[in-house]
Design a protein around this ligand. Structure first.
Ligand SMILES: *Cc1c(COP(=O)(O)O)cnc(C)c1O
Length: 471
């Protein structure tokens, strides 16, 4: 068998006999494809299922989530924190990356907590069976109703600003709590003033950020909290950004956050937890070279131990909240090719049946993706094409200048690394229903999100009677 698609060689797909144990030593965030991806003749298989069969049975576009990869990332995070941090630790899944029942349930089954940013994400986590003890509620503009839901459910509130603290104090005055007489657990998020190299839209650590308290206001925050018996300040939180490949910012973060932690203690508070956020990057293309989950955990745990030792502080419970690196490379999107437009000497456009509505990252962040032909895995890469979405927007291009075998209508293309910020950011632009998602594992397949229909969309429309039946 000749393996011609570079992505195939890159992904180690040629090793067909690799055992599950061997697979699990790989760090999925460093892989382009899910761990179980295999080439079988001309066909790409994921989780023991042929991609072309999945498209036949479930249609396209289709999100295909590999359970083994999601479980591997979850357990690698958890085990690495156990290995490198002598104190207590808890890994949370930042569910905004992909909030749905199945993903939350798998994360919870792997003993992860969940971090949420809206009542929709809270209710999804609760319905997936996540223990509210392990749900942390974030957001820079939580509504009163959302805070009330989170408090009553027993979630920890990550206070982002004074609006949150005022609402929490008001709710406490009104007697709203999880259990009568039990204070609400509150963490304080602040901007640590740490810059990292990533897209401007996903930087969060710099002082000029909409997220978290300004570090100069922390003393005031701690004074306020020390006078609120119904609010228990359980710790501090900071998150520096997303799709980060550097490790140094995490060292700097440990010192800054431990300093703020000791300040909270000086104010008479009794914090016990530190959450250092998420942000580890993943591999979208061969040129992306993120650290492994193990190296990331080793760095953040080591930095925290060192920072605490410097301050002679007993080790707090250490939390982290990865999103992208947990679910990103566990999923691929399959599309069916339709029209092919050849502009001689200029470019060939290969259009697929999805695009910016199911993957808004290229048009939003200029993100670069790879693509492969799932039914032509052993054919030579003879064509350079631009894979375009079906939406009325010239910027709706999924992949520029992709090397593919010669493709035409009916061929199945697969875009890897679409687990994070794809379904969760999907839209109905051009009145396109959102795709279905399936979970694959050991040759079995289950629907985890039904395909939306146009009827679903029309359900929310109302036609004023005076306009009905007009000609
Ligand atoms: C988005 C976000 C995360 C997760 O970031 P990833 O880059 O997906 O790991 C974690 N914490 C907070 C507060 C976030 O906003």
């Amino acid at each position: 068998m000749t393996l011609t698609q570079p992505i195939v060689v890159e992904s180690g797909l040629q090793n067909l006999s690799e055992s599950q144990e061997a697979r699990e030593t790989r760090s999925p965030n460093q892989e382009l494809l899910p761990l179980t991806a295999k080439v079988n003749g001309d066909e790409l298989e994921i989780g023991g299922c042929k991609v072309t069969d999945l498209v036949k049975d479930f249609g396209s576009p289709l999100y295909i989530l590999d359970e083994e990869t999601l479980r591997a990332t979850s357990s690698q995070y958890r085990k690495a924190f156990k290995r490198y941090y002598p104190g207590e630790s808890q890994v949370l899944y930042a569910s905004k990356a992909w909030s749905c029942l199945a993903v939350c349930a798998i994360a919870a089954d792997e003993k992860l907590g969940i971090d949420v940013v809206s009542s929709g994400e809270i209710k999804t986590a609760l319905q997936a069976g996540v223990n509210p003890d392990k749900i942390y509620f974030h957001g820079n503009n939580k509504s009163r109703e959302e805070i009330q839901l989170a408090v009553k459910s027993g979630c920890t509130i990550v206070a982002d600003n004074w609006w949150d603290l005022e609402n929490l104090a008001k709710l406490a005055l009104a007697g709203v709590s999880h259990k009568a007489g039990e204070p609400t657990r509150v963490m304080v998020r602040f901007t640590p003033g740490i810059e990292c190299h990533t897209h401007d839209y996903i930087k969060t650590g710099q002082i000029d950020s909409k997220f978290g308290f300004d570090p100069n206001s922390l003393k005031e925050v701690f004074t306020f909290l020390s006078k609120q018996p119904s609010l228990s300040c359980v710790g501090l939180h900071a998150h520096i950004g997303s799709q980060i490949f550097e490790l140094q910012p995490h060292h700097d973060l440990a010192d800054v956050i431990v300093e703020a932690f000791t300040e909270a203690i000086r104010h008479g508070l009794k914090p016990t937890e530190i959450n250092i956020g998420g942000g580890l990057g993943i591999r979208y293309t061969e040129s992306d070279d993120p650290p492994s989950i193990d190296d990331w955990a080793k760095t953040v745990c080591g930095a925290m131990v060192a920072a605490c030792n410097k301050k002679k502080l007993p080790l707090p419970k250490l939390l982290c909240e990865p999103g992208r690196s947990l679910v990103g490379t566990a999923c691929v999107t399959a599309y069916t090719v339709g029209s092919k437009k050849v502009i001689p000497g200029i470019r060939t456009y290969l259009s697929v049946d999805g695009g910016m509505s199911d993957n808004p990252r290229p048009i939003t962040y200029q993100s670069v993706y790879r693509v492969l032909a799932a039914n032509k895995m052993s054919e030579p890469l003879t064509e350079k094409v631009t894979v375009a979405g079906k939406h009325c927007e010239s910027g709706d291009i999924l992949i520029k200048d992709a090397q593919l075998p010669e493709c035409q209508a009916g061929d199945i293309l697969v875009v890897p690394a679409t687990g994070a910020y794809n379904y969760s950011m999907a839209s109905n632009y051009n009145r396109v229903p959102r795709p279905a998602a399936v979970l694959v594992s050991n040759g079995k397949v289950e629907t985890i999100v039904e395909r939306e229909t146009v009827e679903d969309l029309l359900k929310f429309d109302r036609l004023p009677e005076r306009l009905a039946g007009q000609k």
